[in-house]
Design a protein around this ligand. Structure first.
Ligand SMILES: NC(=O)c1ccc[n+]([C@@H]2O[C@H](COP(=O)([O-])OP(=O)(O)OC[C@H]3O[C@@H](n4cnc5c(N)ncnc54)[C@H](O)[C@@H]3O)[C@@H](O)[C@H]2O)c1
Length: 371
């Protein structure tokens, strides 16, 4: 099978994470990938990526890279404001696209991106990485396969430091010209997608938001109440605080009529379970990993399976495998667009103080600046 020539646009936190796992995939599957070129306007970021991951050429401008290189796939890992132009350019070049979340600066912009990749018939995947998390896959499998009864309530709490300091030291995150918004669209979009992935599309939501840090249009607190077709109610809280030592946290609790699942880990960790009249039990992280490994495709080499707790590795392996086998990668950009729609419905609800019926909410204009 021909080697896949890969380009990387944006070599910051997430671009480097992709490059690291692609390097790992390449080592486990010799002759499968070629890390061809990287582009970043910060020459030191490009040089670091070249030194660390072996990219052959470095550019300071992503469109120049797309024009000059013959690539099979590109990873769009620049700040959100640049996603649309890169995706459209790569699609015109016939290049497969992995685009980081959130898809776009607005639902309208994202809809044009989806139309473009479909028109050019290029394979595409969105970086909704929680779909490749060990603990969430095992939870989802338990929901599907154990007799937990009717899902009654979900409580989902997600907090991290405002990502302009600490691990995510990205000044653009506080600039509404470069970011799609604040904690909900730039981080909680993963959570909205996860809820839809677990329970199907929500039918209604209501949301509340605050902006305490004071970066215009970049909110740092959002609470969303969602209702699903089967009556399930979910509460999602997203917070960007200012405690640089506090790690990024998610806690997900699912209450069913005859079952309870909870985890404080979003990738790999312990899973609390209770089934029917049994006592509460714990699946240790090692058991969660084992359970997830059983769900992975047999084609995944054992040198990668043992690292399946690294969701980015599983995610990028899935993208590479889909390209190698001519399958449609999942989740595609249209899934990112749906998560963007839910986030914008939440912003609309918070601005108007009213709930939103989701079947008929398709924003046609970019959301106005948020308080
Ligand atoms: N899926 C996830 O878990 C996850 C995590 C973090 C970030 N993200 C998303 O990935 C994207 C990048 O975020 P990050 O955390 O890596 O940010 P970052 O600040 O760490 O890195 C961004 C990099 O892009 C470079 N850059 C700026 N303008 C560029 C351009 N026009 N072309 C190419 N490169 C450019 C910057 O110099 C920087 O090196 C954002 O859309 C963000 O929301 C996703």
């Amino acid at each position: 099978m021909a080697v896949l020539r890969i380009g990387l646009l944006g070599a910051g936190v997430i671009g480097s994470a992709h490059a690291a796992v692609l390097q790992q995939i390449s080592a486990a599957m010799p002759g499968c990938l070629d890390l061809t070129a990287v582009a970043d306007p910060d020459p030191s970021a490009g040089a670091r990526a070249q030194a660390a991951f072996g990219f052959q050429r470095v550019y300071t401008e992503g469109h120049a890279l797309l024009d000059r290189e013959r690539l099979d796939a590109v990873f769009v890992c620049a700040p959100t404001a640049f996603h649309a132009a890169y995706v459209e350019h790569a699609a015109e070049r016939g290049c497969a696209i992995f685009c980081e979340k959130p898809l776009a600066m607005s639902y309208a912009e994202g809809a044009a991106m989806v139309e473009c990749v479909e028109r050019h018939a290029v394979p595409h995947q969105i970086g909704l990485v929680l779909r490749f998390s060990a603990v969430y896959n095992v939870m989802r499998s338990l929901l599907d396969n154990r007799n937990l009864g009717v899902p009654l309530a979900v409580v989902f709490r997600d907090d991290q430091v405002f990502p302009i300091r600490g691990v995510h030291s990205s000044p653009w995150r506080a600039d509404r010209a470069l970011t799609a918004g604040g904690t909900l669209i730039e981080h909680g979009v993963h959570d909205l997608d996860l809820l839809a992935w677990f329970f199907g599309p929500p039918v209604w939501l209501q949301a509340w938001q605050r902006n305490v840090a004071g970066h215009p249009g970049v909110e740092d607190y959002v609470a969303v109440e969602l209702r699903f077709a089967n009556g399930l109610q979910a509460q999602l809280v997203n917070v960007w605080h200012d405690m640089v030592q506090r790690p990024s946290n998610r806690r997900l609790e699912i209450f069913c009529q005859r079952g309870f699942l909870a985890s404080d880990a979003d990738f790999l960790g312990d899973l609390t379970c209770q089934f029917g009249d049994e006592a509460e039990g714990l699946l240790a992280a090692t058991e969660v990993l084992q359970g997830f490994q059983e769900l992975l495709p047999p084609s995944m080499p054992s040198a990668l399976r043992e690292f399946a707790g690294i969701a980015y590795l599983v995610q990028d392996f899935a993208f590479v495998e889909a390209l190698r086998n001519g399958h449609r990668p999942q989740p595609g950009l249209e899934v990112g667009l749906e998560a963007q729609r839910l986030a914008e419905a939440a912003y609309h609800s918070a601005a108007t103080g009213r709930g939103v019926e989701l079947a008929s909410y398709f924003p046609t204009t970019p959301p106005s600046a948020r308080p």
